[in-house]
Design a binder for this molecule. Structure first.
Ligand SMILES: [Zn+2]
Length: 570
């Protein structure tokens, strides 16, 4: 056995202002596969994430509804926990949130550290101020006409029409976002007036990190997903510019220096630091407060970051830049950035009701069937699609037809004819030797593919064994042979081979389909907690109760779902 490795896995932090949909699951799922695989392999895994709770979209929505931003964050944080942990079984070592005192403290320490090392400086800039609200208005607090395309509903941070990134001060005819004023009556034009005033902000000297980031990317990026590598190289080629890391808002991490009480640290700076704060909090919760260092202050550790492609710059530019400036902590090794999952040929859209929401989906459909769909059809190396009919066909055909059927048929034949367990009583023929070798050889192969985040190829190896198993049953036809008592030893041996193959499959699918793995181990009377990533020794296994692994998806079930598309969520 190899030496135990320290594996850190950071999955992207979902933003706590709306339910998660299938696209989010497709971006995050791989992190759980990697975590489960390395744990089975005997490595020390630290797998963390949490809810991203700050930022202006939440603050704007809170103002609109007349509630506290933390009320919105609380609601979605709880929903995310239920969806990701209770239903989809993502095996985080810690799932936390960015509005805890502990996270705030870690971010402030990082801020002060970079400030003292000279990577932060202040700059006075012009910003929009509302005398009515007695505050500056950052990005989404303002709307106006886009200076690039003339669209008159542009937000202060971006124009939805032409996608241009904007600053509120650039907008033509800027006005207060009407959502902010929803809780106020009888406002005059004078009340809503905006002034240009000067506001002082902190900037990160990204420009001075250009060269060290380029060197780091050249050294590290070979095993990254291709999209991350090409995006990052293109981004660096354009040249890095210093970026404001604070803004005029009261919802976020306070600046740990006097005189900036009405300003907060930008989400893009603090949310990525969540990987570090979550690791520290995990160690504190375990009462071993320095244990996080085994992953973060260790050159031999291996760090994975798993997210969708829209998150690439935060994980390949921003977070590594902060770590380079800090100087002592482990930087990302593997970037597992998925492409987009579309829905029935179109992009997910909350406003157009074009979405399949995870809480709704998981209420009706088995989470294992979604995990299965994501590994075999997810947007691993190119954009992919979720079609309801495709989902039903794949689940009914491959997962139930190939995999589930093999498990049920073989185990039922064994328990019915050899209730005390099928033994290897006859010599193994070539076909038996071949399928057992296939099962044994799968461990290094599937393990290597998971480590390289090639999930689809890894699962193909597993399905291939199941297909071979079905062919084996068909060729051996135990139900025929059992008609003649003279064949009994041969049939018992064939079934012993199949039980061993199924036991192997139960381990191999564990990172992908944990519930399936648990069930099959239960059928075989085996303890799931004793499972390791290695070919199990063949032993006499008594098959106890066997039940169907998955429920067939009926056409009527998906017709209901297809009819909901494009309509507001119930
Ligand atoms: Zn525009």
């Amino acid at each position: 056995m190899n030496k135990k490795r320290k594996i850190f896995i950071g999955a992207a932090w979902p933003y706590a202002n709306g339910s998660l949909h299938l696209g989010h699951a497709s971006a995050l799922y791989g992190a759980d596969v990697i975590a489960r695989y390395y744990r089975l392999n005997g490595d020390d895994v630290l797998f963390v994430s949490g809810s991203d709770c700050h930022g202006t979209p939440i603050a704007v929505e809170a103002a609109e509804k007349g509630i506290k931003p933390s009320d919105i964050a609380d609601k979605y944080h709880e929903e995310f926990r239920k969806t990701l942990i209770d239903r989809l079984e993502f095996s985080y070592d810690l799932y936390t949130r960015t509005d805890t005192d502990q996270h705030i403290r870690v971010v402030q320490e990082l801020f002060l550290d970079l400030y003292e090392k000279g990577f932060l400086y202040t700059k006075v800039e012009k910003a929009l101020y509302s005398p009515l609200l007695e505050r500056f208005l950052p990005d989404r607090f303002v709307e106006g006409t886009c200076p690039k395309c003339g669209y008159d509903g542009a937000r202060g941070d971006q124009c939805d029409e032409c996608s241009a990134l904007l600053d509120p001060i650039e907008l033509i005819n800027p006005k207060i976002n009407p959502k902010i004023l929803k809780q106020r009556d009888n406002l005059t034009k004078e009340d809503c007036r905006l002034e240009v005033r000067e506001s002082e902000h902190f900037y990160l000297k990204l420009s001075v990190l250009q060269e060290s980031l380029e060197d780091w990317v050249a050294e590290t990026s070979k095993p990254w997903r291709k999209n991350a590598r090409s995006f990052t190289k293109g981004f660096l080629k354009k040249g890095l510019h210093d970026r404001a890391i604070t803004r005029d808002t009261d919802w976020g991490v306070p600046i740990p220096l006097p005189g900036y009480e009405n300003k907060r640290i930008y989400v893009w700076f603090e949310a990525v630091a969540g990987y570090l704060s979550a690791s520290k909090l995990w160690a504190e919760n375990k009462n071993v407060p320095d244990k996080w260092k085994e992953w973060w202050c260790n050159d031999d550790a291996l760090h994975y970051y798993v997210h969708g492609k829209d998150n690439i710059p935060f994980h390949t530019i921003i977070w590594p830049a902060l770590l380079l400036a800090e100087g002592s902590l482990h930087k990302p090794d593997r970037i597992v950035s998925s492409e987009y999952l579309d829905l029935e040929g179109k992009q997910f859209s909350k406003s157009r009701g074009w979405a399949v929401w995870l809480p709704d989906f998981l209420e009706k459909f088995d989470p294992e069937t979604l995990r299965y769909f994501l590994v075999t059809n997810g947007p691993e190396s190119s954009d992919s699609n979720f079609f309801w009919t495709d989902y039903a066909q794949k689940v009914n055909g491959e997962l139930i037809g190939t995999f589930g059927n093999l498990v049920n048929r073989a185990l039922l034949l064994s328990s019915k004819n050899f209730p005390d367990g099928a033994r290897f009583v006859a010599p193994l023929d070539d076909e038996s030797e071949r399928i057992l070798r296939l099962a044994k050889d799968a461990f290094p192969e599937v393990g290597k593919l998971i480590g390289e985040a090639k999930f689809r190829a890894a699962f193909k190896v597993i399905l291939d064994i199941a297909e071979n198993g079905n062919r084996f049953i068909h060729a051996k036809a135990p139900w025929e042979k059992l008609k003649d008592e003279a064949n009994r030893d041969q049939v018992e041996t064939d079934l012993a081979v199949l039980v061993q193959v199924i036991r192997t499959l139960a381990v191999l699918v564990n990172p992908f389909l944990p519930e399936t793995s648990r069930k099959i181990h239960g059928f075989l009377g085996l303890d799931i907690d004793s499972v390791h990533w290695e070919y199990p020794d063949a032993e006499l296994l008594k098959v106890s109760s066997v039940s169907t692994l998955y429920k067939k998806i009926e056409k009527a079930d998906i017709d209901i779902e297809i009819a909901k598309l494009g309509k507001p969520r119930a």
